[in-house]
Write a protein that binds this ligand. Structure first.
Ligand SMILES: [Zn+2]
Length: 163
């Protein structure tokens, strides 16, 4: 499942990418551009904008859309995950949160002069975004992201258990 997110949803777009989902996000995209991207590329539209949905409902029905309720990205992420029953474990950290490119593992030697020295020394596995070139490694930032995800997913499970 692939997505296009409206201009209000930058944070949600990043976190869906961290889960491994393909999300087009352009902070300057106008409604018409979002809709044509959804139609042309077979993407589900994620939006906060009721008017957008009402105006383009016919076109959006083709690939589906989700009109999000919350203003908080954590709640938005939960809404999206439960609505589409997304796989939230198996593809984490396979995609660049910044640009949506796919990450590819690179040999340690490749990053020697591309990451801080202490990072190079402390880690053995590195990945590079095939699109923007950003280098990723499983450091403290990575652990914090995983912890944040686990917390959100834990809340999701306990709330669906109570329903
Ligand atoms: Zn990238």
């Amino acid at each position: 499942m692939r997505f296009v997110a409206d201009v209000m949803l930058g944070k949600l777009a990043r976190w869906l990418r961290i889960l491994g989902y393909d999300v087009v996000y352009d902070p300057y995209a106008e409604d018409e551009k979002l809709v044509s991207c959804a139609v042309a590329e077979g993407r589900v539209l994620l939006t906060k904008d009721r008017h957008l949905v009402e105006r383009w409902r016919k076109k959006l029905r083709q690939n589906g859309y989700l009109l999000l309720k919350s203003d908080d990205w954590r709640e938005q992420l939960k809404e999206t995950i439960s609505h589409f029953e997304l796989d939230i474990q198996n593809h984490r950290m396979t995609r660049c949160a910044d640009c949506n490119g796919l990450l590819e593992e690179v040999p340690k030697e490749f990053v020697r002069y591309r990451v801080p020295f202490f990072v190079f020394n402390a880690h053995d596995r590195f990945a590079r975004c095939g699109q923007c070139g950003k280098i990723y490694w499983a450091g403290s930032h990575y652990e914090r992201m995983n912890a944040a995800l686990d917390e959100i997913l834990g809340e999701l499970q306990s709330s669906s258990g109570n329903a």
